[in-house]
Design a protein around this ligand. Structure first.
Ligand code: HEC
Ligand code: HEC
Length: 261
């Protein structure tokens, strides 16, 4: 499996978990939805949905998106389906969204009534980029579009793989957001040589690591004297270091990263 297939798999699982976990349940507005997702959804709604539904969500006859009641959906899974497939025979089109956008739109539809665009700290991607490359020091570890070191995960496609909430958690509290393929590992060979780096992939017999010199190393486990996966993240927690506006801006910037075309 290539690295990108591994990553896509994770994103899709997360998406299904959102859909299925909430299926059939009655959720109070605001309950399980993160502010970061709602903000992303508000942005998407303003650019893609307002033309027909209006900012207040009631321009289509017989539809009132803000009311929290839907004619055609009684749970988030059905809402997602409407947005992804459209409503045949009506003007409601099908949309192709990233996981972040789709999760955001659903979170926003569920919270439209209480959402106060003025009060919410909508992230500014331009400012986020400045923080990422400057005061946040993110670019000293992360690579984006071919620029930067390889020791931390390459974030060039993070905007098409993760939701706003996942990115925010990765920045604010990395230990709650660790991904399998991002763990640091330490291997000691039979001759005592130690290799430390970031795990890219692992199966029963081998493990692939990006070592500290940024080389891809494939190790056969039978050749190792010791192999440790370090559970503590090497990514620093930015809660308290960056303001919540800074974090919103950085998240908004990362969501624009969809890979180079
Ligand atoms: C080109 C016009 C158009 C656009 C753009 C549009 N919609 Fe719709 N939408 C409609 C129409 C018309 C209906 C009513 C379909 C019907 O008759 O049930 C609808 C229905 C819906 C419903 C079902 C409402 C219910 O009560 O069951 C949801 C949810 C919805 N739209 C969400 C969205 C979202 C989210 C977007 C933006 C990502 C969007 N729509 C963009 C025209 C549009
Ligand atoms: C000291 C190096 C370092 C710095 C500085 C750093 N990171 Fe990280 N980051 C990592 C590592 C390593 C990981 C992989 C998980 C782990 O080990 O914590 C990671 C994980 C992430 C992830 C999750 C990636 C994924 O695939 O889901 C995001 C998002 C992220 N970092 C964003 C940032 C942002 C934004 C900043 C600056 C505000 C930043 N990082 C600063 C090392 C760093």
């Amino acid at each position: 499996m290539t690295r990108s297939t591994v990553r896509c798999g994770i994103a899709v699982t997360a998406l299904l978990a959102v859909g299925e976990g909430r299926l059939g349940a009655q959720f109070p507005a605001g309950g399980p939805y993160s502010q970061a997702d709602i903000q992303v959804g508000a942005r998407v709604f303003a650019s893609q949905c307002v033309v027909c539904h209006g900012a207040t969500g009631n321009l289509v006859a017989g539809v009132d998106l803000r009311s929290g009641r839907f004619n055609r959906a009684s749970n988030d899974g059905e809402l997602m389906q409407i947005v992804m497939e459209g409503v045949k025979g009506t003007a409601m089109p099908a949309f192709t969204f990233t996981p972040a956008e789709l999760t955001g739109v659903i979170a926003y539809l569920r919270n439209m009534r209480d959402f106060n665009a003025g009060a919410a700290a909508l992230g500014n991607p331009e400012r986020g980029r400045t923080i990422f490359e400057g005061s946040g020091r993110c670019a000293t570890c992360h690579r984006v579009n071919g620029k930067g070191p390889r020791l931390a995960p390459d974030l060039s496609r993070v905007g098409s793989l993760r939701t706003a909430d996942m990115i925010e958690r990765a920045v604010v509290a990395p230990s709650s957001a660790l991904n399998f393929e991002n763990r640091s590992v330490r291997a000691v060979m039979r001759d005592g040589k130690t290799i430390a780096g970031r795990r890219l992939n692992e199966d029963t017999y081998t493990v692939q690591i990006i070592d500290e010199q940024e080389y891809l190393v494939s190790l056969t486990k039978a050749d190792l004297r010791e192999y440790t996966v370090i559970e503590k993240p090497s990514m620093p927690a930015y809660k308290g270091t960056l303001s919540s506006q800074d974090i919103s801006d950085v998240v908004a910037y990362l969501l624009t990263l969809r890979g180079q075309r």
